[in-house]
Design a protein around this ligand. Structure first.
Ligand code: SN0
Length: 313
């Protein structure tokens, strides 16, 4: 594995899940990467990713250095060949080039702007860090994907499923007040297509995900029908891909509550967090026995640890 930006970077995703589960059982190996340094660069807010990545790196005996570059760094220029006479003080060529001198592995978090679809889906920022740092780069959520989250999600499903047949996994859209990225759903779909599960996506019309991720996955526009017999339900809001970055509706009948849960096979309910209580998922679910969102969050440590171990090893 050279970088970790997508399931496509992983030769054997099943083996990586197994490795993450093994690390969970036995996390401390302070000699594994002693003396190595990992830069964790945040252009956007983070709670779980930031904390779990640091714990993961520490568990491997390496040191994590966190830079909230949006707040504490120079404003970065990403365009090539411009005269830098505006507000951007440093070019990514130098900023990432310097990080290449300091670190062994780099993690980068960058959200999409949700204005220019081509630009966001080109992953300009993440790719610039890869190109100019010369380091192995781990996506800590990019414009279009969140692979560390998806790996943790797969681990969590595996921990709750010991039957031979494939579980029915449903990804359901839920309402939100803000336009959110498609990164988490794109990524979940991409990883679940590689997992031994049957995946169905449900959302109101207009919220179809990009074909490159969702192709070959059944979409059911009727949420109640989609939830029938579900073993796992992944609840997430996203903004429209086709009417890029738009909120098309905020239909609260799609909020996930006990009415929805009753349609499932007593499903485990998942969310990547942060979750808007009462809007995306009702309190009765988040505070009830079917919610496994905190377990997903815990598994973020070991998904990150498995990935950093691959790249530091
Ligand atoms: C991000 C997203 O991609 O949906 C991060 C998820 C890991 N979520 C948000 O930005 C939520 C912000 C909000 O105001 O609820």
């Amino acid at each position: 594995m050279k970088n970790f930006t997508s399931v496509k970077d992983v030769e054997d995703p099943v083996a990586l899940v197994q490795k993450a589960l093994a690390l969970k059982a036995n996390p401390f190996n302070p000699d594994f990467a002693r003396g190595k340094k990992v830069g964790l660069i945040f252009l956007n807010p983070s709670l779980r990713t930031r904390l779990s990545s640091q714990i993961a790196v520490q568990n491997l005996g390496a040191e994590a250095i966190v830079l909230d570059i949006g707040k504490d760094g120079w404003a970065l220029e990403f365009e090539d060949g411009v005269k830098m006479n505006g507000s951007k003080a440093e070019h990514i060529k130098e900023a990432a080039g310097v990080m290449g001198q300091y670190f062994d592995v780099l993690g980068v978090r960058t959200f999409p702007e949700l204005k220019d679809r081509e630009l966001d889906y080109s992953e300009q920022l993440l790719n610039a860090f890869i190109k100019y740092s010369g380091l192995p780069v781990v996506s800590l959520e990019s414009a279009t994907l969140h692979p560390l989250q998806s790996l943790a999600d797969w681990m969590t499903i595996a921990e709750h499923w010991d039957k031979k047949e494939r579980p029915k996994v449903v990804l359901t859209w839920a309402p939100h007040v803000k336009a959110l990225p498609q990164a988490v759903p794109n990524s979940f779909v991409e990883w679940m297509k590689a997992a031994p599960v049957d995946l169905t996506i449900t959302h109101p019309e207009g919220y179809e995900l990009a074909g490159q991720f969702a192709e070959s996955v059944p979409v059911e526009y009727n949420q109640a029908r989609a939830l029938e017999g579900a073993d796992f339900v992944y609840v997430k809001n996203w903004s429209s891909y086709h009417q890029y970055g738009q909120i098309l509706n905020q239909d609260e009948s799609w909020s996930f509550g006990s009415e929805q849960l009753a349609l499932t096979n007593n499903a485990k309910v998942m969310h990547c967090l942060p979750v808007r209580r009462g809007l995306v998922i009702k309190d009765e679910i988040l505070d009830g026995p079917n919610a496994i969102h905190l377990q997903q969050a815990k598994n973020r440590i070991y998904s990150a640890q498995a990935v950093f171990a691959e790249l530091l090893g």
